[in-house]
Design a protein around this ligand. Structure first.
Ligand code: ZN
Length: 101
């Protein structure tokens, strides 16, 4: 299997609402702050039971594909989002919200 990064237009809110952040073994739900989530065949957060559609990892930064491939094997249905892209867009959104206040 080959992997290449693809740029696409996204709904940031949808990503925020359905993302899990993973390391090599476990996941962390940014919504309910649950940590140590088992990844195998995960479709919902076991704690807050929100649906998961996206996954990202800090460890995949700098083009480290090993973790991307391992994560895709465990969670084949989830879309792997680049962590720095996600953080950057989230940061912009948060900054935008501050200006509106
Ligand atoms: Zn959760």
């Amino acid at each position: 299997m080959e992997y290449i990064r693809v740029w696409s237009e996204v709904d940031l809110k949808d990503i925020e609402d359905h993302i899990i952040i993973v390391d090599d073994k476990y996941g962390h739900c940014p919504a309910c702050k649950k940590i140590g989530i088992e990844l195998k065949d995960l479709k919902k957060c076991p704690s807050c039971s929100r649906e998961l559609k996206y996954v990202t990892s800090k460890e995949a930064q700098g083009g480290k594909f090993d973790i991307v491939m391992r994560t895709k094997r465990k969670l084949p249905d989830l879309i792997f989002v680049d962590y720095s892209d996600y953080e950057r867009e989230l940061g912009k959104k948060k900054a935008g919200n501050l200006f509106k206040v």
